[in-house]
Design a protein around this ligand. Structure first.
Ligand code: NZQ
Ligand code: ZN
Length: 390
């Protein structure tokens, strides 16, 4: 394992069909004033809202609500939520929803007692909170981001068309607990389910495609990817398959709770490209990643050939017999492409609302991250974005 590292993940997880009961164990640990945060209404349609509210009442909580948190939550919505949480003198925040709701809850948590403008402080200057933060708990209803067990928070500034994620260094920003009931994910539309599946897969790739050392994290990643491929095919055919949906949910959490990043430099370039596309188009997160991935990976393949070959053999079962390394590696990406098409993922950014006229602007807001096999220059970013249009 390369480097020196610390591993600490303080989020307590409650998993399974009965896991919501654990709210009764957790709520008494926090003060009376709770802010309940949720999205555009799916939790009211599928009954989760009723269940959560009745547990909050039973525990004697005073509840204020922030509803209508949109996918890719905006800065304007953050300002609105901070006001509500301040007026309610919030002791605790309960997020019920997907990554957007959970990310947003963390953003509110660090902003309520902060005197600075949160966008400038956290998403432009990437500073850590110096103020008191409000503890967050999460009831997850959409699987993909890993936000339930990490300190990430992504906010979109619609005025500047910037979608920026801050991974807080302070573990106190991670949810204190997360409740993962795979049944809750069963009402997700197919589009969201497969988008989340690709988000999970890509989180693992971003950590796996870096470094050349023999690293335990890579073996864990390969296992997670194999499990995800297996379960995704079952869930794609039968979304009501509990076993598959529960495995996908658990894989998502481990894909981005910092474990498989240990000892790795990591390469977040697909996320940087996808987020830049998202800032311009407001497209679904996982689909933005799917649409830019293959042009990116095909471009960097020669720079990380040994790892791409290993990926082909260990994840996609490509038989290396009688083939050169390049051929094996390319067959791995071809197998990945077939799987992506099988799931029905969006394979180009045009379908997500991008066009030629946006390419330069998207490139302007794409951060070129180090850590992978090649640091992209501006021309290369433009080239990959153009290839993603087709
Ligand atoms: O708003 P509602 O009505 O609840 O509908 C949501 C939303 O439209 C719907 N949904 C959620 N659970 C449902 C459901 N519909 C039916 N039944 C259910 N059980 O799904 C839609 C998408 O929800 P959203 O929370 O936006 O999806 P996701 O979990 O993919 O989160 C995306 C956000 O997370 C950020 C993304 O950039 C994006 O802003 N990310 C956060 C990360 C982190 N914290 O580490 C890392 C990721 O890479 C990602 O960037
Ligand atoms: Zn992601």
């Amino acid at each position: 394992m390369n480097g020196n590292f610390t591993y600490c993940n303080p989020t307590k997880l409650y998993f399974g069909e009965d896991s919501l009961n654990s709210l009764n164990t957790e709520l008494p640990k926090y003060g009376r004033n709770v802010v309940l945060i949720y999205g555009g209404g799916s939790i009211k349609k599928n009954g989760i809202y009723e269940e959560v509210v009745s547990i909050l009442k039973k525990n004697g909580k005073e509840v204020a609500e922030i509803s209508g948190v949109m996918p890719n939550p905006t800065l304007a919505k953050l300002y609105e939520g901070v006001e509500i949480a301040r007026n309610h003198q919030a002791d605790f925040i309960l997020a019920v929803g997907g990554g957007s709701v959970c990310d947003y809850a963390k953003a509110v948590s660090v902003s309520v007692h902060c005197e600075d403008d949160p966008w400038q402080k956290y998403y432009v200057r990437f500073e850590e909170p110096e103020c008191e933060t409000i503890p967050v708990g999460c009831v997850l209803t959409m699987v993909g981001t890993g936000s339930e067990m990490n300190a990430g928070s992504v906010i979109t500034n619609q005025e500047t068309k910037q979608k920026i994620g801050h991974v807080f260094a302070d573990e106190a920003i991670m949810p204190k607990f997360s409740i993962l009931n795979p049944r809750y994910t069963m009402t997700l539309p197919h589009y969201q389910m497969v988008s989340g599946i690709y988000d999970i897969f890509n989180h693992i790739c971003e950590q796996y495609f870096s470094g050349e050392d023999d690293n335990t994290s890579d073996y864990i990643s390969e296992g997670l990817m194999r499990s995800l491929l297996h379960s995704s095919r079952i869930a794609n055919e039968n979304p009501q398959d509990y076993e598959a949906r529960s495995n996908i949910m658990w894989t998502a959490t481990w894909a981005l709770n910092t474990l498989v990043a240990k000892g790795k430099t990591t390469d977040w370039m697909v996320h940087m490209l996808g987020q830049a596309v998202g800032g311009y188009t407001n497209a679904t997160h996982g689909m933005t990643l799917a649409a830019v991935s293959l042009p990116y990976y095909r471009y960097i393949l020669p720079y990380g050939l040994a790892k791409f070959k290993r990926f082909a053999v260990n994840v996609w079962d490509v038989d290396p017999e009688g083939k050169d390394d390049r051929q094996v590696a390319e067959e791995g990406l071809a197998a990945m492409e077939n799987w992506m098409k099988e799931l029905g993922l969006v394979m180009n950014i045009r379908e997500l609302g991008a066009d030629e006229a946006m390419i330069e602007g998207i490139a302007d807001v794409t951060l070129a991250m180090p850590g992978g096999y090649k640091v992209l220059d501006r021309e290369e970013i433009v080239q990959i974005l153009r290839e993603s249009l087709v």
